[in-house]
Design a protein around this ligand. Structure first.
Ligand code: DI6
Ligand code: FE
Length: 393
């Protein structure tokens, strides 16, 4: 059935900024937008919805999450508050490995049950597409369960889920040699999971405590052989040249980037690699170095934002709070915060069918009870979502 939302103010996200249309309307047929523009030019429809002057934006896109895992690290957080270091916690069995143990012990149904509340928190704030990474299984079976759970979450709710294989996240306890584990990731895990249709993209953690640029390059080669796009956790804690490496491999995005240097920025600009900034992790880990936002803008690198929802460094399920943090901590403008969770987030996922309001795009809408777009970014802990529309429903 065709539908028309009218008497609305639109953030179409078409063009450079927010693409605002006052007194606008959006029409939809079969889950696809057929019209987004001034109300005066709107087609007639079987069903019309009066938005009473509310704002409509594209549904939000959370382009970097580790949303599927079991357990949590609240006790670890408490120990940190009492003065324990990350190393002490890791030695006591904490850190990524503690989430790995809980995730390995969980069935696919357990993972779904544990992850649904987090997904629902995103849905409540208007998210219509979410990227979900593996990386807490670190064995073929457990990574498969995580990715299958991620796929199933999309069916449990009206939500588009894109999956990313992050086998090269941490060294599992069965391995002592990082190169040997990377070979297992490239030769065994990735080909099997890709064949099963569980992998939309491939990611790695390029860091002193993660994997070296050489090891990441091997993972990227394996992805290329399978025709899969790549992205990278780069320059979060130190500068290993990960972003430039990602750019050389035509990565969709390089994410975190607090310690990114000029060379990396230029390389990203040349390859069109999106900078995904994750203010939740910056905040939660007390990072002091800010990502080089001004230089990214000067070079014309597109900037996206995401929650990085994960149990260790960003237990965040609020895109609206992430926008507020990006503004206050990274000095992004209101327009940059909103484009970062819509149009640019779509770009970070390599998706041209979502992220703006235009004919031919998926009819994923967020309808907001606000007087102006800045209200989305300005408030903290308040949710002005009036309605969320997924594929026209
Ligand atoms: N970067 C991070 O901040 C997280 N993973 C990553 O690649 C840490 C995840 C965790 O501590 O569980
Ligand atoms: Fe992450």
């Amino acid at each position: 059935m065709n539908r028309l939302w009218h008497n609305a103010r639109l953030m179409t996200l078409e063009g450079r900024g927010l693409g605002i249309i006052e007194d606008g309307a959006v029409a939809c047929e079969g889950g696809i937008i057929t019209y987004a523009g001034p109300r005066a030019g709107a087609p007639s429809a079987a069903e019309t919805i009066d938005c009473e002057g509310r704002w409509i934006s594209p549904g939000l896109i959370d382009c970097h999450t580790h949303l599927v895992y079991a357990g949590n690290r609240a006790r670890e957080f408490e120990l940190q508050l009492e003065g324990a270091s990350y190393e002490e916690i890791a030695r006591a069995g904490g850190g990524i490995v503690s989430t790995m143990k809980a995730t390995r012990a969980a069935s696919e149904d357990d993972l779904i049950a544990a992850s649904l509340p987090r997904l629902d928190a995103l849905i409540a704030e208007g998210v219509t597409t979410v990227e979900i990474k593996s990386g807490y299984g670190l064995s073929l079976d457990a990574e498969r369960r995580q990715l299958r759970a991620a796929r199933r979450l999309g069916a449990e709710r009206d939500m588009a889920v894109t999956t990313t294989f992050l086998g090269a996240h941490a060294l599992p306890p069965e391995f002592t040699d990082r190169d040997a584990y990377v070979a297992h990731v490239c030769d065994v895990m990735l080909p099997a999971l890709a064949t099963e249709g569980l992998v939309d993209a491939v990611d790695a953690f390029c860091e002193g405590i993660g994997f070296s640029p050489d090891q990441v390059a091997r993972v990227f080669e394996a992805a290329r052989t399978l025709g899969l796009p790549v992205k990278l956790h780069a320059e979060q804690l130190s500068d290993l040249g990960g972003a430039a490496l990602a750019a050389r491999h035509g990565a969709l995005s390089a994410d975190h980037l607090e310690h990114l240097n000029e060379t990396g920025i230029a390389a990203m600009a040349a390859s069109g690699t999106v900078a995904v900034l994750l203010p939740g992790a910056f905040y939660f880990t007390h990072e002091e170095k800010r990502p080089p936002v001004a230089a990214l803008l000067v070079h014309g690198v597109p900037i996206a934002l995401a929650t990085d929802c994960n149990p260790g460094t960003s237990p965040l399920t609020s895109p609206l709070l992430a926008m507020n943090m990006a503004a206050t901590l990274f000095r992004l403008t209101v327009d940059e915060c909103i484009t970062g969770f819509t149009r640019e987030a779509a770009r970070a996922l390599g998706r041209s069918d979502i992220g703006t309001l235009a004919p031919g795009k998926a009819c994923d809408l967020a309808i907001w009870d606000i007087g102006e777009p800045a209200e989305l970014v300005y408030r903290m802990g308040f949710n002005p979502l009036h309605a969320r529309i997924w594929r026209g429903q």
